[in-house]
Design a protein around this ligand. Structure first.
Ligand code: B4P
Length: 192
């Protein structure tokens, strides 16, 4: 089983790289951002609560995202593995993920952390905002709030995996295919 955490600040390229990795390795893509946006599109109670927080650039409560991931793992037990995109975003989420995978005698193989400077993140998200229709990409103040939320709540997750010897940094600036090639090298080494 190959279970990869794709990590990085908003706009680092997690979604972009996930698409390429799932094709190559036949993994199931679990993006908490996509799952939440789907709840919003369906107008569920969970979606309505999440929308309010996401539109303000804030994280959704841990128990909500952990519950979503738990049911997706349970639904997809017979697979080659998962790519976790945008999850875990807090240390309690990382602890919960380890516990969930342990139930199936599994664990995280490696964390790939895309490193991108704040100035570039803001540029990319404002550009995406011109076509994505995502309210959280709409203005610079909001994007900076998301980055701030990442710095205080999400960045410590890197240490959590570093302590387990599973943290691998990848320069997230450059050609998409180059970043993909570097990620594949790391995954190749983790697979053994
Ligand atoms: P996400 O959907 O995860 O959104 P994101 O952080 O913006 O990353 P995304 O994957 O979409 O962007 P990418 O870097 O690929 O989260 C949205 C919100 O949901 C959060 O703010 C939070 O409120 C909530 N949420 C989600 N998960 C949660 C959790 N676990 N706990 C609590 N709350 C949660 O790409 C960005 C842009 O850069 C794209 O336009 C892309 O084309 C471009 N790009 C990518 N790679 C590039 C490269 N190499 N060069 C140039 N541009 C590049």
């Amino acid at each position: 089983m190959l279970n990869i955490v794709l990590f990085g600040p908003p706009g680092a390229g997690k979604g972009t790289q996930s698409q390429k990795l799932i094709e190559k390795y036949g993994l199931i893509h679990l993006s908490t951002g996509d799952l939440l946006r789907s709840e919003i599109a369906q107008g569920t109670e969970l979606g309505l609560k999440a929308k309010k927080l996401m539109d303000e650039g804030l994280l959704v409560p841990d128990e909500v995202v952990i519950g979503m991931i738990e049911s997706k793992i349970a639904d997809n037990r017979e697979v080659a593995g998962f790519i976790f995109d945008g999850f875990p975003r807090t240390v309690p989420q990382a602890e919960a993920l380890d516990q969930l995978l342990e139930k199936y005698d599994q664990g995280i193989s490696c964390m790939i952390a895309l490193q991108v400077a704040e100035e570039e993140l803001v540029k990319r998200l404002l550009l995406r905002g011109q076509t994505s229709g995502r309210p959280d990409d709409a203005d610079e103040t909001l994007i900076q709030k998301r980055v701030q939320e990442y710095n205080t709540k999400t960045a410590p997750v890197a240490d959590y995996y570093a302590k387990q010897g599973k943290f691998y940094a990848v320069d997230g600036i450059g050609e998409i295919d180059e970043i993909f090639a570097k990620s594949c090298e790391i995954i190749g080494a983790c697979q053994t």
